[in-house]
Design a protein around this ligand. Structure first.
Ligand SMILES: C[S@@+](CC[C@H](N)C(=O)[O-])C[C@H]1O[C@@H](n2cnc3c(N)ncnc32)[C@H](O)[C@@H]1O
Length: 124
């Protein structure tokens, strides 16, 4: 797998699909649960990637953000907790594309904050 290069992003295979299905079911259930227990949810994606495959399929950062934005309990989640998303991406090309994808979401609710950081997640 060329995770930083273009090959990875040119396709959307079964493994990528399965990983995102798991993430989706996990966050669907856990965003509301975490919001009842903490005033702040911190969601970190250490290997965020481009945010979207060339096939149009969403990558993990956009999937997580859209899941919260479209969650049936969104208002309750956001009234209980501020949701801070931090996305790390070390590849400059991927980073620029990710920033475009996040911007394309438009204005976000006040209680959702997104920070996209370049460089190595571990050093940061
Ligand atoms: C498999 S892809 C990410 C897929 C993404 N999580 C998704 O599900 O859509 C891995 C990404 O991590 C980035 N990456 C690799 N090592 C990294 C590091 N140490 N810190 C931050 N990003 C890293 C690569 O440039 C690549 O874009």
């Amino acid at each position: 797998m060329s995770s930083a290069g273009s090959t990875y992003w040119a396709e959307y295979d079964g493994l990528q699909w399965a990983k995102h299905q798991l993430l989706e079911s996990y966050l669907e259930a856990w965003f509301p649960i975490m919001a009842t227990r903490n005033g702040r949810i911190l969601y970190i994606d250490s290997h965020a990637g481009r945010g979207r495959h060339e096939t149009g399929h969403r990558g993990s950062p956009i999937l997580a953000l859209e899941l919260l934005l479209n969650h049936s309990n969104r208002e309750r989640i956001l009234s209980n907790a501020q949701c801070q998303f931090i996305f790390f991406e070390s590849n400059p090309e991927n980073l620029a594309l990710l920033r475009e994808e996040v911007s394309a979401l438009g204005g976000l609710p006040n209680r959702i904050k997104v920070t996209v950081l370049g460089g190595d997640y571990e050093s940061a």
